[in-house]
Design a protein around this ligand. Structure first.
Ligand code: FES
Length: 236
């Protein structure tokens, strides 16, 4: 077995074990309810394990997890990101663990807007991270949805700072293996909207992604820069 494959399997085992140890959860997870999915190693377009330190700071990256058709933003915010307490629309509290990677600066959130489920497709994206504030932005470095201007702070677990969204973007939990600087997605945390997403876009997704739209991602998932994934990223 090659080194990367062995390391990947070990880190998956560690991630799954972390979820099942109720009494041994880390302090940040005291009231969290992470939902485990099959682990997926983040890889580049050649299929090689992505190195967290190769991510461009404050650039938009997209991968799909936990389903083939559900997009996720991957961001290196360029500074350590501490844990943050949040709550969902139904007032369930949870503690987001903050950034991972050597600088604890890498975060991931579902790219499905918590307001009306706008998401990036290959043709167009109305939602993205903005290094400098959007026209109607309240500050720099937010995830901004141009549909009705919901704004989420990725440095605070994608908390809503402005607009009609009523809960943070759902977080995607990543484990980082410092030996090879790889990242593995293994769970979500917060308000999932996947059932609503598949109900709303059933016909569209079957055209865009085909019959595998709701298949679980497992093994690995490809990370692409948003500009390469999507032909038209709307700025507003
Ligand atoms: S769908 Fe994003 S703000 Fe309405």
């Amino acid at each position: 077995m090659d080194q990367r494959r062995r390391v990947f399997l070990e880190s998956c085992t560690a991630g799954a074990a972390g979820l099942s140890l109720a009494a041994g959860l880390p302090a940040w997870a005291a009231n969290a309810k992470p939902k485990a999915y099959a682990p997926a190693l983040l890889v580049d377009e050649r299929g090689d394990a992505l190195r967290a330190s190769d991510l461009r700071v404050q650039a938009n990256y997209v991968f799909h997890y936990p389903f083939e058709a559900t997009p996720v933003f991957l961001l290196d915010l360029g500074k350590p990101v501490p844990p943050h307490s949040l709550s969902t629309q139904d007032h369930s509290g949870y503690s987001w663990p903050g950034g991972v990677g050597n600088k604890r600066s890498v975060v991931a959130f579902s790219a499905i807007c918590a307001h009306q489920l706008v998401y990036p497709t290959r043709d167009v994206s109305f939602i993205s991270f903005r290094k400098t504030r959007a026209q109607r932005g309240v500050q720099d470095a937010l995830i901004h949805c141009c549909a009705e201007h919901s704004q989420y702070d990725p440095a605070k677990g994608a908390e809503v700072l402005s607009g009609p969204a009523r809960q943070p973007l759902c977080a995607v939990l990543l484990s980082h293996d410092p030996r090879v600087d790889s990242l593995t997605a293994y769970a979500t945390l917060g308000g999932e909207l996947f059932d609503e997403f598949f109900r709303k876009y059933q016909a569209k997704l079957s055209l865009e992604v085909g019959a595998k739209a709701r298949d679980a991602v497992s093994g690995q998932t490809v990370v692409r820069e948003l500009e390469k994934f999507c032909r038209n990223s709307i700025q507003c």
